[in-house]
Design a protein around this ligand. Structure first.
Ligand code: SF4
Length: 214
């Protein structure tokens, strides 16, 4: 019987991506294979309780919100994650999956919308990307770069241009909270006329930045 280790389930406002601002139920799965230098969810590496897929659906349903996001940690790491994705899609939810880019997305249910990180150098994890994923992204998926420095920005903007990433799907440039000023990143994007979307972590402006479950 499929079982998934879940760190937390809660309702909040979707804080990142083109869906930012929408009410959303977050299902945070436990465990991550990466260790980004600026990770803000280190508690998800170990913390979690095993739940059945039916148990997860029973927790999500009472919120009465149609948008659900699977996040982590890394939500595609657990062997039964694809079954959970299928079950949430079958139940009629609009499903977002926020993945760190290291896991193969080829066989993920195409009804789910993938928000895939490409890890920049300051994360320390840039060499962990599974680059063939670029072939499997759909037009309603999204690529997210989390950027901490000017060097990160230059690395990411070169990739956007050289690989013509904007032709694949929406590209999000997100400053690491407290490390890169949104105004600086906005100025660089404008100066370069880069075809990307400035992406702020909305929940960190609405609630205290360290608060969990939001
Ligand atoms: S992939 Fe996400 S959860 Fe994992 S270490 Fe990086 S920021 Fe943290």
């Amino acid at each position: 019987m499929p079982a998934i280790t879940v760190c937390e389930i809660f309702a909040s406002i979707q804080g990142e991506s083109t869906h930012a601002g929408r009410p959303c139920v977050f299902v945070r799965l436990a465990g991550c294979n990466l260790r980004c230098a600026w990770c803000d969810t280190a508690y998800s590496y170990e913390e979690g309780n095993e739940m059945s897929i039916e148990g997860i659906l029973d927790r999500v349903d009472p919120f009465g919100i149609n948008l659900v996001e699977l996040t982590g940690g890394e939500p595609l790491l657990q062997p039964d994650s694809p079954s959970l994705v299928g079950a949430l899609c079958n139940a009629g939810y609009e499903l977002l999956i926020e993945t760190n880019g290291s896991q193969d997305i080829e066989h993920i249910d195409p009804r789910a919308k993938i928000i895939m990180d490409i890890k920049a150098p300051s994360s320390g994890m840039a060499d962990r990307m599974f680059w063939p994923n670029l072939e499997f992204l759909k037009p309603d998926d999204e690529i997210k770069f989390v950027l901490a420095t000017r060097e990160d920005y230059e690395w990411a903007s070169n990739l956007v241009r050289n690989e013509e990433l904007a032709a694949i799907c929406s590209i999000l440039f997100s400053p690491v909270f407290g490390m890169l000023k949104p105004a600086d990143l906005a100025a660089w994007i404008l100066e370069d006329r880069l075809p990307v979307r400035l992406n702020l972590q909305l929940h960190k402006y609405i609630w205290p930045p360290e608060q969990r479950g939001v």
